[in-house]
Write a protein that binds this ligand. Structure first.
Ligand code: SF4
Length: 608
């Protein structure tokens, strides 16, 4: 039956499994079965480094098997439903309901309807309260677990923090006892594990939260878990090699974790603190093992800001000395806005002509100071001049519009900056037929646990108007404009700031047919609007509400370790246009995380 189905769908390799380095354990002899679920399509999920970390970690445990499950593309969903077949894992073809532990990663709010779809197709009751003793435990981690409230009724537990630190304890707890209830009770005793059913939320008449009350035995605040010594944990050295083209088709090596630049809109910069680097010898050894085990001809050095790594140049040279002649390319996905980063990119690349990407984020220095983006116009123009001089012809610039305090002058600044970069290309005598400067613009989305968590998003009309303004003015020669759909950013903001009442909206949107909301070809804002209307809730209220410091936020009982007082101070400094320095290079900025979680930043001495 499955063979027949696979012949009818696009890209059957998405569901076939059997890839190089896939781990297939003996189902009958392994006591604990875990499904790692990625709520997007195979090509996206296989490009996510966290999948390979969890897969290696769980399968490295003798008593555990871990298999992958991805969201089926709508054609596959149709076929499964028509045939009455459940959603299944790639390794053994077992249905989701046969596993003991079903673990999702929550990377992006616009995958939430896919989660419901996967549970439904996997024959698991959507609501945790509706599951019986035979149902698996459904848990989730990842950045959206720092405000998982809109998903609260669908999950038994959420995990705050890093998998390497907490997953072994979860697996040990599940191996120690059997039965859903006993296991859940054990999970509730693990620091960093949040059981949403153990908290009662009440609301005020105006819609704001009145209180979040833990039931007996539950902690008042659940705090994230953090890995103190990243270097003691090997990165995944035998990742599964995709058997079809994926978004990032290369080996990936995580050089450090955390970023303390302190951009005030950036959730990752707050929830993954502090910076912890891996050592150079460890990374050089790992790169060799990774390339040998995968046969890939490209290795990507990943982190939130890779060119900040203390030993980036010796690392790059070390890999290229060993592997460059064998045709291996090194990629640096996130470039700092400076000439040093361009120089590194020049050393790393094999192929001329691809574009370089920088993220100035805002068009004026005033607004860059508000968002604490420590980049000046000079930095950018020096970096692009270096890029053009080194032979690049195309540059991509990431901007965020509608940031707090933005005015028309800031939007005009984006246009002006693009003009200046085009001018730099002309001065560097880039052939006119090849010079291209793309401004890629997305709208500000206020995120939980950031200094901008209290800020409203602009209303929808204003988001549209701002994008139209830029589209109209970025029409000059050599300039190009690309944008992220403001409708999608609006929904993202509503869900990112949402509370438990939104669960019913998500369920209704899914029931009406919403899937793959992050994909423009599938996104149906009209169905979401219907779902909001039907529940009497307003997406606008959630996205555009300005919170007061005294308000109870839906995620206040969950802690990233960064003190709320620091977020308030950063928010106030933003409104005054004051910047805060990166603690990586010097003084502690006092975010409170290190003393609260007994951790230290780890930056290593420069070598070579
Ligand atoms: S406590 Fe200080 S050193 Fe640690 S992450 Fe926060 S600002 Fe940096």
């Amino acid at each position: 039956m499955l063979d027949t189905i696979l012949r009818r769908v696009q890209k059957p390799a998405r569901y076939a499994g059997g890839e190089w380095n896939a781990v297939v354990k003996d189902w009958d002899r392994t006591p604990l079965k875990m499904a790692f679920c990625f709520p997007d399509v195979y090509e996206v999920g296989m490009s996510y480094p966290g999948l390979h970390i969890i897969y290696q970690l769980a399968n490295g445990h003798e008593g555990v098997l871990c298999e992958r499950v991805f969201a089926p593309w709508p054609d596959m969903e149709g076929e499964l439903r028509k045939a009455g077949l459940p959603l299944f894992s790639l390794e053994s073809g077992r249905s989701l309901a046969e596993f003991d532990l079903v673990a999702f990663t929550l990377q992006y709010e616009l995958t939430f309807t896919n989660i419901l779809n996967m549970l439904d197709l996997g024959k698991i009751p959507l609501l945790a309260a509706g599951r019986d003793s035979h149902s698996p435990l459904v848990i989730a981690g990842g950045p959206c677990a720092f405000n998982p409230e809109p998903l609260a009724p669908f999950f038994d537990a959420f995990v705050l923090g890093e998998g390497e630190e907490v997953l072994p304890e979860i697996l040990a707890a599940c191996l120690a006892v059997s039965g859903r209830a006993k296991r859940l009770a054990r999970l509730g005793r693990i620091p960093g594990v949040y059981l949403p059913a153990a908290y009662a939320v009440s609301y005020r008449e105006d819609g704001r939260i009145a209180s979040v009350t833990p039931r007996e035995g539950a902690p008042a605040v659940v705090t994230k878990r953090v890995l103190r010594d990243l270097d003691a944990h090997l990165p995944p050295l035998r990742p599964v090699v995709p058997s079809t083209g994926v978004v990032h088709d290369r080996a990936t090596l995580e050089v450090f974790r955390g970023c303390t630049h302190g951009c005030r809109f950036c959730q990752a910069g707050m929830i993954y603190r502090p910076v912890r680097e891996r050592s150079l010898p460890r990374l050089l050894e790992a790169s060799g093992e990774l390339l040998r085990a995968t046969g890939q001809d490209e290795i990507s050095l990943v982190s939130l800001s890779t060119t900040d790594y203390s030993n980036i140049r010796p690392l790059l040279r070390g890999i290229l000395d060993e592997w460059g002649e064998r045709g291996v390319n090194v990629s640096l996905p996130s470039l700092r806005v400076d000439a040093f980063a361009v120089d590194l990119a020049r050393e790393a690349r094999r192929v001329r002509g691809a574009s370089l990407t920088f993220a100035p984020e805002a068009g004026t220095q005033r607004l860059r100071d508000v968002i604490n983006k420590g980049v000046s116009e000079d930095d950018l123009l020096t970096a692009v001049a270096a890029a053009f001089a080194a032979g690049w012809h195309a540059v991509k610039l990431f901007f965020m519009d509608a940031a707090p305090t933005e005015t028309e002058e800031d939007l005009a600044g984006i246009v002006e900056l693009v003009r200046k970069v085009v001018e730099a290309g002309r001065r560097a005598q880039v052939p006119p037929g090849r010079l291209k400067v793309t401004a890629s613009v997305s709208s500000f989305v206020p995120k939980a646990h950031t200094p901008f968590q209290w800020e409203p998003q602009d209303d929808r009309a204003s988001l549209m108007a701002k994008q139209a303004y830029l589209r109209e003015r970025l029409r000059f020669r050599h300039a190009a404009f690309s944008w992220h759909d403001p409708e999608a950013s609006f929904l993202e903001a509503a869900l990112a700031r949402g509370d438990r009442r939104l669960a019913e909206v998500i369920r209704l949107a899914w029931a009406k047919g919403c899937r793959f909301d992050g994909w423009s070809e599938w996104f149906r804002p009209d169905l979401w609007e219907d779902a909001f209307r039907q529940t009497g809730l307003s997406a606008t209220w959630y996205a555009h509400k300005r919170y007061d410091y005294g308000d109870v936020l839906p995620w206040d009982h969950l802690s990233s370790g960064v003190a709320r007082s620091f977020l308030v101070m950063e928010h106030r400094r933003a409104m005054q246009g004051l910047t805060t320095a990166d603690c990586r290079a010097g003084a502690c900025a006092g975010c409170g995380l290190c003393p609260a979680l007994a951790v230290q930043p780890v930056t290593l001495p420069q070598e070579g």
